[in-house]
Design a protein around this ligand. Structure first.
Ligand code: NAP
Ligand code: ZN
Ligand code: ZN
Length: 347
């Protein structure tokens, strides 16, 4: 066992602070990674604070992990020492169910998430990327394209794949009108990726304050959702809406912005359920769907797509001692557009 430095929480109410955690010794199929950067996802906050009522403590959050391979097990052929790699929200799965066999490990009934989950031995708590090192089975390690700077690539491991997956699944491309609700960590990646897929992209933000940024990131149009006229102007307008907001919204009003057969995909996870009438769905055969991160194969496909299109995240690099402040700023939507922790500050 290796004792390593980390940052995390002991319970739902205290701030994050330094912790020592244990990583397993490298097994035959494992890759040991020296973590260089870790992105800060809103899901880290939900879980650190037990907002989904399933938190396991002590908890070291972080599932947008990038780093350099430090060692490989005897069976590892895909990676070598010195490679630039990433780890996202999954570190293993049952590998046997239909979802696993179809490369959709995120829907496995026994997924092993990077943190807030038990490891395969069913007793060790999995711990995330606010730490100096991680040991992961080679099948759950991703390769980062060489042209992408590691710090800006880190958020691709969650925000990138979570938005790429539904855009890809719902066939976004030329001639499709896509709206992104919420210009935060997920939202800004959705804009960049949908733009690279050649869709017509609209940002629906609460105000027009982020309007110039939205255009710079690749959106064709920006509307403020605090203006009721937006909902009149854009009635029956979009093929697909990607909703990244983590609080209760009037889903019915947003469904009205879809064309016939359009779909709104939920990515944000509100803790209290919005009320939804059937009529906005029935009146134009619309659908409401959800999507969860992406499988390993698709995550590598997304990384390669981002490599080809030179897509990375707009980040604010922080030292680990700024993490509690960063959480507060994320909650106020005061981040442009993802915090990334420089893990050198933890060593
Ligand atoms: P984020 O950076 O905080 O962005 C959320 C955005 O939502 C904000 O930038 C803001 O956009 C908007 N927003 C915030 N508060 C709002 C309010 N009170 N009313 C309306 N809009 C509000 O968060 P994130 O990291 O992108 O994550 C977003 C959600 O997705 C979280 O719930 C997270 O847990 C979830 N998530 C889901 C998956 C999945 O697989 N489904 C994966 C990762 C994360 P504007 O300022 O532009 O309005
Ligand atoms: Zn995440
Ligand atoms: Zn499975």
């Amino acid at each position: 066992m290796d004792q390593i430095k980390a940052y995390g929480v002991l319970n739902a109410t205290q701030p994050l602070g330094p912790l020592q955690i244990i990583r397993r010794l490298i097994g035959a199929n494992d890759v040991a990674i020296n973590i260089t950067y870790c992105g800060v996802c809103h899901s880290d906050i939900h879980q650190a604070r037990n907002e989904w009522r399933n938190s396991l403590y002590p908890m070291v959050p972080g599932h947008e992990i990038v780093g350099i391979v430090a060692d490989v097990g005897t069976n590892v052929k895909k990676f070598k020492i010195g490679d630039k790699v990433g780890v996202g929200c999954l570190v293993d799965s049952c590998r046997d169910c239909l979802d696993c066999r179809e490369g959709l490990e995120q829907f496995c009934l026994k997924p092993i998430f990077t943190y807030n989950c038990l490891e395969k031995d069913n007793k060790t708590l999995a711990q995330g990327g606010y730490s100096t090192k991680i040991v992961v089975d080679q099948d759950f390690v991703l390769r980062i394209p060489d042209n992408l700077p590691l710090d800006q690539a880190a958020p691709l491991l969650c925000a990138g794949i979570t938005t790429y997956s539904p855009l890809h699944h719902w066939n976004v491309g030329p001639g499709k009108r896509v709206a992104i609700i919420g210009l935060g960590g997920l939202g800004h990646m959705a804009v960049k990726i949908a733009h690279a897929m050649k869709a017509e992209v609209t940002v629906l933000s609460r105000t027009l304050d982020k309007g110039d940024d939205a255009k710079r990131l690749g959106s064709d149009h920006v509307y403020a959702t605090n203006d009721p006229k937006t909902f009149e102007k854009l009635s029956r307008h979009f093929d697909l809406i990607i909703n990244t907001v983590s609080v209760k919204l009037d889903w019915g009003a947003y469904l009205g912005l879809l064309k016939r057969d359009g779909c709104m995909v939920l990515l944000g996870v509100p803790t209290d359920a919005p009320e939804l009438q059937a009529s906005p769905l029935i009146m134009a055969r619309r659908s409401l769907a959800g999507s969860l991160i992406g499988g390993i194969k698709e995550t590598q496909e997304m990384l390669n797509f981002c490599g080809q299109h030179n897509i990375t995240s707009d980040i604010e690099l922080i030292s680990i001692d700024k993490i509690n402040e960063a959480y507060e700023r994320i909650i106020k939507a005061d981040v442009k557009y993802r915090f990334v922790i420089d893990i050198a500050s933890l060593k």
